[in-house]
Ligand binder design. Structure first.
Ligand SMILES: O=C(O)[C@H](O)[C@@H](O)[C@H](O)[C@H](O)COP(=O)(O)O
Length: 235
């Protein structure tokens, strides 16, 4: 994997500025901006900062790159996190909010329903043509809900699937790697020294995507804090 351009700056400020610039460019040229959101604590601060900016909220469509198999009012829900960080603070049309129709008792049907939503929204495309995919990375090198040694890693035709994650003894929902890599812009947001080893593994010449699922992704930008970045990658 090519060594990325790593922004060892204030991650949230840099990512907020980049998000707003990209959103404004896409809205100016295409009339809308379609973003797939990540869960987790690192992106949450980004969303809170984006909510403070002056954007055309009627032109942004919000999708979820992954979700937990919990009700939408659960503290673990990625939808709830985004709703509180952005959607409740700005006048976002309900029609622009495309959250996963979680069905705790039947995650397979819920994943298929969401895939149908995505295929309808990107009906003229072979894969979802995101303007932006935002991704975090776990200290086990997972991204979205593509966890090491899980079935979703090998999925190549579906766009969005349920994924059994042994360590949680629970299902997750996730975009598949091809449905992430179809994004025009794909950004990783990685913060904290707990991610340093995972990043070193992801960027090693040793390609082991089943162990390091983030290796499946072809990102266009990395936003990484100083303490998360392996010395081998610092420019
Ligand atoms: O639903 C989720 O939890 C996320 O989509 C997940 O992939 C997250 O991005 C990583 O676990 C990193 O999370 P942090 O940024 O909180 O470390």
């Amino acid at each position: 994997m090519m060594k990325p351009y790593i922004q060892l700056t204030d991650l949230h400020q840099a990512a907020t500025d980049a998000f707003c610039d990209l959103a404004n460019q896409c809205i100016a040229s295409n009339g809308l901006f379609r973003v797939s959101l990540s869960g987790g604590s690192t992106p949450k601060r980004l969303y809170e900062m984006i909510a403070q900016r002056d954007l055309d909220w009627t032109r942004i469509h919000w999708f979820w790159g992954d979700e937990r198999n919990v009700p939408s009012d659960s503290p673990d829900s990625n939808f709830k996190m985004v709703r509180e960080a952005i959607l409740d603070k700005r006048k976002v049309p309900q029609a622009n909010i495309h959250n996963v129709p979680v069905n705790v008792d039947d995650p397979a049907s819920a994943a298929l329903a969401y895939e149908r939503t995505l295929r309808e929204h990107f009906s003229d495309q072979p894969m979802p043509a995101w303007d932006l995919v935002l991704l975090g990375m776990g200290d086990d090198a997972h991204t979205a809900s593509l966890f090491p040694r899980t079935k979703a890693i090998d999925e190549s035709s579906r766009w969005f699937v349920e994924n059994w994650v042994e360590k949680f003894d629970a299902f997750r929902y996730t975009l598949t790697a091809p449905a992430i890599n179809s994004g025009k812009e794909i950004w990783f947001l990685v913060a904290g020294d707990s991610k340093k080893t995972a990043l070193a593994n992801v960027f090693s010449e040793n390609q082991r995507p089943n162990e390091y699922p983030s290796q499946l992704i072809r990102p266009t930008r990395w936003f990484v804090t100083q303490d998360a970045c392996p010395d081998s990658l610092v420019r």
